[in-house]
Design a protein around this ligand. Structure first.
Ligand SMILES: Cc1ncc(COP(=O)(O)O)c(C=O)c1O
Length: 379
């Protein structure tokens, strides 16, 4: 049996008629950039997250830049960023000319560890970016407290966490600005590049609206610097259709996660993801960790498990194989191996199992049986 890491085709086929009609409408109206499909989507997406304002963007990366840009982050500033995240979180800071300052992740949630943020704060620190990694919200109360104490901004990177909740409230409500990604493989995925920023602050909304479109509020009158970070009409149309299903798909992801837990929960050699109390995880990724001995052993066995699963036609992923502080592009910042133990542990021994809403019970059982078999043979 083949189990892909994710299957975008099966989802497209399930909503093909609606998607094709929505795209056709954009083609006929020739509203290719922003336009009614994007405006309608922005309205619905904001409503779904109980936030006042939403602006569609050209990608989540651009949303990260817009978020920090709109808050006035500039050259020489420092921005706290988790070491355990996708590189685009750090681009938000670097595109503003600021320096990302990395912080280790928590051993259970894998999100930025608030108890390690304080020591990273200096006089130059202007913001913290909280990433809701793998679909689980970061510890927002603790981060809010630190941000307020130090009078610095708090931003959410919710690229992987559409509809996730912290203490009963949707992500997007804990920071000055939040960015989302609609990269095709995300929980809510466009059919090309797309993203969004949401905020409850009207002045931030107005600033981003201008920055997104060449620093203008009237065509060809440029009041400030800006960029072209607009969402395409076709992406707005696709996302508008998909919004009708996102609740159902989120529940299905949670069902897959629950089933993995049921079937793998007793296996001593791996650690499963933990849904932290009062957090609603939306399982963009389901990351397990091999835990059989020292780091070297865990690392070797993780790699063996991944190739064994590949031989069984099960695709898995690594999120992320090289932590941000060890990336070549940040060499000049002077970090070294051993700086962030939890993040490095995860990079060395973490393995992302297939995760998408349409995974069948048979596929889930095939994945878990294969993992159990792998460890049995080893004994
Ligand atoms: C945590 C995180 N931040 C930002 C991004 C950037 O989003 P995009 O690929 O839409 O630019 C991604 C997605 O890839 C992500 O996973």
């Amino acid at each position: 049996m083949e189990v892909p890491f994710l299957d975008l085709k099966v989802q497209y086929n399930s909503i093909k008629i609606e998607i094709d009609a929505a795209i056709q409408k954009v083609l006929e109206s020739t509203t290719f950039i922003l336009g009614p499909s994007v405006t309608e989507f922005e309205k619905e997406f904001a409503k779904m997250h109980s936030v006042k304002y939403c602006l569609g963007t050209s990608s989540g990366t651009d949303g990260n830049h817009l978020a920090l840009w709109s808050l006035g982050i500039k050259q020489g500033d420092e921005v706290i960023v988790p070491a355990n995240t996708f590189i685009a979180t750090a681009w938000g800071a670097t595109l503003c000319g600021a320096i990302p300052v990395f912080v280790d992740c928590h051993s259970k949630s894998y999100n930025i560890d608030p108890s390690k943020v304080d020591i990273a704060i200096t006089k130059k620190t202007k913001a913290i970016v909280a990433v809701h990694l793998y679909g689980q919200p970061a510890d927002m109360d603790a981060l809010r407290e630190i941000a307020d104490e130090n009078r610095i901004h708090l931003v959410e990177d919710a690229a992987q966490a559409h509809l996730a909740e912290y203490k009963g409230k949707k992500v997007g409500n804990f920071a000055e600005v939040t960015s989302f990604s609609f990269y095709p493989g995300k929980n809510l995925g466009a059919y090309g590049e797309a993203g969004a920023v949401v905020t409850n602050n009207e002045s931030v909304f107005q600033k981003i609206k201008k920055l997104r479109e060449h620093g203008q509020s009237k065509k060809y009158y440029h009041e400030s610097f800006g960029h072209n970070y607009r969402m395409e009409g076709i992406q707005g149309a696709v996302l508008g259709v998909k919004l009708r299903y996102i609740d159902k798909w989120t529940n299905q992801r949670r069902r897959v996660a629950a089933r993995y837990k049921e079937l793998l929960g007793k296996l001593e050699q791996i650690i499963l993801p933990v849904e932290m109390p009062d957090h609603k995880h939306v399982y963009h990724l389901y990351v397990i960790r091999v835990n059989v001995g020292n780091n070297q052993k865990n690392h070797e066995l993780r790699n063996k498990l991944q190739s064994y699963l590949q031989d069984q036609q099960i695709s898995t992923g690594l999120h992320y194989p090289v932590p941000l502080h060890l990336q070549e592009c940040f060499k000049h910042l002077g970090y070294k191996q051993g700086d962030f133990a939890e993040t490095e542990l995860l990079a060395e021994s973490g393995l992302s199992l297939p995760m998408y809403p349409e995974l069948s019970d048979g596929q889930i059982e095939y994945v878990t049986d294969s993992i159990i078999k792998f460890f049995k043979v080893l004994k």
